[in-house]
Design a protein around this ligand. Sequence first.
Ligand SMILES: [Zn+2]
Length: 168
Amino acid sequence: MDAFKVRFLCARGRRTLMADIVSPEKRSQNMSAIRSKNTKPEVYLRKLLFAQGYRYRIADKSVPGHPDIFLRKYNTAIFVNGCFWHRHPDCKYAYTPKSRVEFWQKKFDDNVQRDAVVKAELLERGIKLLTVWECAIRRMQRDKIEEERALAKIIFFIKSNEKNTEIM
Ligand SMILES: [Zn+2]
């Protein structure tokens, strides 16, 4: 066995040890952070809509809140909201960390307030608002039937005269 391989195995050994001394709770937080970084729910939704023939702008600066997806033709802004940061009500992903409670609460309150301001601005300008919660995207990614069902709802809203809805 050459020196490089030995070093590699030692490094792997250390990493395994590290993984084991991290609590299961912490590990699942790490895993979900990694997952969301890699699969990006908003990118997933953009691809779905693109495949259906929809064309959009990304983070358009001229639209309040710089939506993840803006369909100019349908005057529709779509936000893919992370359940944790945007405090999806009654959602398991919207847990509150046990430490630095005030710090987190302030952050959450700011986010929720900003979302409310953006919503009011959009509706005032006559722009339709669709909020798609991250947990709904996760379900879509896991299950083909969920994907079709949710996508049908999204497209129905885009084409409808409704002003505001959520997919959750
Ligand atoms: Zn949620």
